[in-house]
Design a protein around this ligand. Structure first.
Ligand SMILES: NC(=O)c1ccc[n+]([C@@H]2O[C@H](COP(=O)([O-])OP(=O)(O)OC[C@H]3O[C@@H](n4cnc5c(N)ncnc54)[C@H](O)[C@@H]3O)[C@@H](O)[C@H]2O)c1
Length: 506
């Protein structure tokens, strides 16, 4: 017996069970679509009858449907409680009528049908009950679905008690909790590119919403003897959507317009192949588009997303302020820069970026930076004397390691929204500032989990203890990544970063 067979998962289940040889009794409030399902099953040679219209929220109607079916077929082996109908709306604005309606159509119908079916299952020596919950029943939703969530949580809880009470009679009860599964209504919503549902696709590691068949297969398994030792469980069928909360695997949100970054003209630089103790490192040299050198040298480190057109354009902007700027590929051990560049805004790519960053250590940066600084010093475009080192985010630490490892070569370090610079380890960058002979500038984001107020205080204390000239500024209203146009860019903070950087290096 399957409830709600007029469409969606109920129809897919009817077809799947029929293919396994089950004799199916369906029901639905929708008469025409219910008849369509029966026709589809029969067209495949399956056996199905359905009662429609029937409203299972009516206790007598629910009991009548069950008893009629049991009488016609001589008993019930499997009950699949699929039907449900909820109302959405914010909790505070929800009427008592809507609240009761939702619980009635999410939870009462399941209770009415199951209670009616119970004696028939017991009479057969047991059977399988499959309930339909939802991932929302255990984790909630950012959509206003409080009543629906409560109803589905009720289904999950009720399943456990069905299993406990039914076990001695051979009745197994399990719950399937689907994530977003296509049905007629959702198909329409998904046509709108701005609809919030796209977020569920983006937050799914599999990059799609579910199909009704994805659920039906599990229902068939839970009905079968293959699952004879499974009872009282809640099985999630969501393509990993639950894992993806707060993550994004697809393209960027279309509904949140990012702030317009200052557009920088594309720049190429001169590509160099620099020999390091650990192999050849690609790097790009940028010099001012006007004027004659040599110019003071700057070693510019990228953030975790590596060398990409944006950073080349940034290197050129810095060069145009009167510098010979070397932009090395920090990840050269892993090959050339990834094309197209990986983004921290994409959760799948973020994991890959983190593992790439994991290949960089204080020791590798010390070796690499020695080679980069030497290559820069050998260029006629670069003025004699020490160089400055500039880092962003992840490479803030690397800029400090570079200055500490080459005190005679690096005389200035500028770091913007740097992270992990103050850690409880002896080799933490902040503990090494005293090994450098550089002056320091730090532009910090106001909100930055990687550089909290405590971290800033620790860094300031370390610089003071070491007697290094320094300035630390917090940029109001900014987040980690504020200076980078493809990160959490902040137009005002981004421009201020340019002014400060040019001023600091002048
Ligand atoms: N589609 C999803 O993304 C999703 C996610 C989580 C959980 N679920 C659950 O999966 C089940 C199936 O969802 P769907 O997307 O296939 O829905 P659907 O709306 O396409 O199908 C449900 C069917 O149940 C019928 N029905 C509802 N109340 C009834 C009643 N009182 N009496 C008789 N028939 C009734 C409806 O007429 C409808 O045909 C539901 O329990 C739903 O809450 C769906």
């Amino acid at each position: 017996m399957i409830t709600g067979t007029a469409g969606g998962q109920g129809r897919a289940a009817a077809l799947a069970f029929a293919r396994e040889g089950a004799r199916i009794v369906g029901c639905d409030m929708k008469e025409a679509q219910s008849a369509e399902t029966v026709a589809l099953v029969r067209a495949e040679g399956g056996e199905m009858t359905a009662m429609a219209p029937v409203d299972l929220s009516n206790e007598d109607a629910a009991t009548g449907w069950v008893n009629d079916a049991a009488a016609v077929y001589g008993g019930i082996d499997v009950l699949y409680n699929n039907a449900a109908l909820g109302r959405i709306g914010p909790l505070m604005g929800m009427s008592t009528a809507s609240w009761h309606f939702t619980l009635k159509y999410e939870l009462d119908i399941l209770f009415f049908v199951t209670r009616a079916a119970w004696p028939h299952l017991v009479a057969r020596g047991g059977g399988s009950i499959i309930n339909t919950g939802s991932i929302i029943g255990s984790r909630g939703s950012d959509m206003p679905m409080a009543a629906h969530g409560a109803g589905k949580a009720g289904v999950i809880g009720l399943t456990a008690h069905m299993a406990l009470e039914g076990g001695p009679s051979g009745i197994r009860a399990n719950c399937i909790s689907p994530g977003l599964i296509a049905n007629d209504m959702f198909k329409d919503l998904l046509r709108d590119p701005n609809d919030n549902m796209h977020k569920q696709v983006r937050t799914s590691p599999l990059g799609r919403i579910g199909r009704p068949e994805d659920v039906a297969g599990l229902a068939v398994f839970l009905a079968s003897d293959e699952s004879s030792y499974i009872t009282g469980t809640n099985i999630v069928v969501d393509g990993g959507q639950t894992l993806g909360i707060g993550m994004s695997f697809g393209s960027e949100p279309v509904f949140a317009a990012p702030p317009e970054p200052e557009t920088l003209p594309a720049a190429q630089g001169e590509e160099l192949a620099i020999e390091t103790p650990d192999g050849t490192s690609q790097a790009w040299l940028f010099t001012p588009r006007e004027g004659a050198g040599p110019w003071p040298a700057v070693l510019l480190y990228t953030d975790i997303m590596g060398v990409r057109p944006l950073f080349k354009a940034m290197a050129q902007r810095l060069a145009d302020a009167g510098h010979a700027v070397l932009l090395p590929n920090l990840f050269h051990r892993l090959g050339p820069p990834v094309e197209p560049p990986l983004s921290v805004k994409n959760s799948g790519e973020f994991g890959r970026l983190l593992s790439m960053a994991g290949t960089l250590t204080k020791e590798t940066i010390e070796r690499d930076s020695g080679a980069w600084l030497a290559a820069l010093a050998a260029r006629p475009e670069a003025a004699e004397g020490p160089a400055a080192c500039v880092g962003y985010c992840m490479s803030g630490s690397m800029a400090i390691w570079t200055a500490a490892a080459h005190p005679d070569r690096v005389n200035a370090v500028a770091v913007f929204h740097g992270g992990h610079m103050v850690m409880g380890r002896p080799d933490s960058p902040h503990n090494l500032v005293g090994e450098s002979r550089a002056r320091f500038y730090f532009g910090c984001a106001e909100t930055d989990a990687f550089m909290t107020a405590d971290h800033i205080a620790g860094l300031r204390a370390a610089l003071e203890d070491a007697g290094r000239p320094h300035e630390i500024e917090v940029y109001p209203g900014t987040y980690h990544g504020f200076a980078i146009a493809d990160a959490s860019y902040h137009p005002e903070g981004g421009e201020r970063h340019w002014r400060k950087l040019v001023e600091f290096l002048a």
